[in-house]
Design a binder for this molecule. Structure first.
Ligand SMILES: NC(=O)c1ccc[n+]([C@@H]2O[C@H](COP(=O)([O-])OP(=O)(O)OC[C@H]3O[C@@H](n4cnc5c(N)ncnc54)[C@H](O)[C@@H]3O)[C@@H](O)[C@H]2O)c1
Length: 344
């Protein structure tokens, strides 16, 4: 039997509470510390767990030599400082999405973790859901055919975040899913972003991202904190099959349509724009209902003990930041396409 690893969680707010529940019930982990600036809040989260120590000072967690790893669930603007301090103290680090608040910080963090041979993981929670794994498997196995597009809608009456706009809050989900399911030979090359600030609070509260891919395919992401209804709807289309993922429909989250549009490739057909429609069955696969976060914390432990990159690594967090940074630059110049990875 392998000894569980000791973890300290910093940030016991809305999402930290979910991490506390999953780390504390995982056989791979021993929850050693919960840290929050609001020490009363931290204490209230672990009332029924007397062995867990509570503090308002992160340095206390870091100076505990028995702690192997920390998980960071504080506001985005604090991620870099806390993660860097933890890596400097020799701890493995899990950071909530988005990894950090700027691309430059992300690059420094990923490089530092690699130099010091420490695991850096980003909590891209959706990559641990059965739905996303199913979709990724369909792309990977060739069953979907050539990747045509992704179209994702993530809208609700959302909490307006104090330190980030709606793109940095909600789009990391869609962008991490895109990065996870795309074949390795397809990459995001450009981003056009449009956002609006109807509340006049100095940041976009709704917006659209159009991501150009290296094959000419596109991915479209719509995020909105000001929608009267909650929609979590993604279409992933290929030349052979099309998938509809409705995360708000637990009895049929994923529907796979055997439909397609075919064209003849001879000059005459192209000239007359002849297309054929293929319609076949729709299949709704049975998917496991395991909580994604429980798989995520298991993967963090496995990556540490097996001395390998986690499934959603710091580098994957960086891939998301590259698109968010391009979106930021596109917004600043009024919405036109900008190159992913450029620096101006
Ligand atoms: N993976 C997901 O699906 C998901 C969902 C929601 C939020 N998140 C992420 O989780 C993080 C936290 O979001 P939230 O909604 O829980 O925020 P929150 O405001 O509810 O909680 C943040 C907590 O961090 C504490 N805190 C802030 N700075 C601190 C510091 N320096 N030291 C100790 N404690 C500190 C605050 O007191 C607060 O209790 C964000 O990065 C967010 O993007 C991820």
């Amino acid at each position: 039997m392998v000894e569980p690893l000791a973890v300290g969680i910093v940030g016991a707010g809305y999402w930290g509470r979910n991490l506390i529940r999953n780390f504390s019930t995982s056989p791979d982990w021993q929850l050693a510390w919960v840290c929050d600036k609001d020490q009363k809040l931290a204490a209230s989260r672990v009332e029924a767990m007397p062995a867990v120590r509570v503090t308002g000072e992160f340095s206390e967690v870091l100076s505990d030599e028995t702690v192997d790893a920390v998980a960071i669930a504080t506001p985005v603007g604090t991620h870099y400082e806390l993660a860097m301090a933890a890596l400097t103290a020799g701890k493995h680090v899990l950071v909530e999405k988005p990894l950090v608040a700027t691309l430059a910080e992300g690059e420094r963090l990923v490089a530092f973790a690699a130099e010091h041979d420490l695991r850096l993981m980003t909590d891209h929670t959706f990559c641990y859901t059965a739905a996303v794994r199913y979709i990724a498997n369909m792309v990977d196995s060739g069953e979907l055919g050539t990747f045509h597009y992704l179209d994702s809608v993530r809208i609700n009456l959302g909490l307006v975040q104090p330190d980030v706009d709606v793109f940095w809050d909600l789009a990391p989900h869609d962008l991490s899913i895109l990065d996870f399911i795309l074949p390795d030979d397809i990459e995001a090359v450009s981003v056009s972003a449009t956002g609006a600030d109807p509340l006049g609070i100095g940041k976009a509260t709704l917006g659209y991202l159009s991501i150009g891919l290296s094959t000419g395919a596109i991915a479209n992401v719509h995020v909105n904190w000001m929608s009267p209804v909650k929609v979590r709807h993604t279409i992933v289309a290929g030349s052979k099959k099309m998938i509809v993922w409705d995360d708000n429909n637990p009895s049929q989250r994923v529907s796979v349509y055997d439909v397609g549009i075919t064209t003849q490739n001879d000059a005459e057909s192209r000239l007359r724009r002849l297309v054929g429609y293929r319609t076949g069955d729709m299949v709704a696969p049975a998917l496991a209902d395991t909580e994604a976060l429980s798989l995520m914390v298991g993967e963090f432990a496995a990556a540490i003990t097996e001395h390998r990159d986690p499934l959603t690594s710091g580098a994957d967090g960086l891939a998301v930041l590259r698109i968010l940074d391009a979106a930021r630059r596109s917004l600043a110049q009024g919405g036109g396409p900008v190159a992913v990875g450029a620096t101006t």
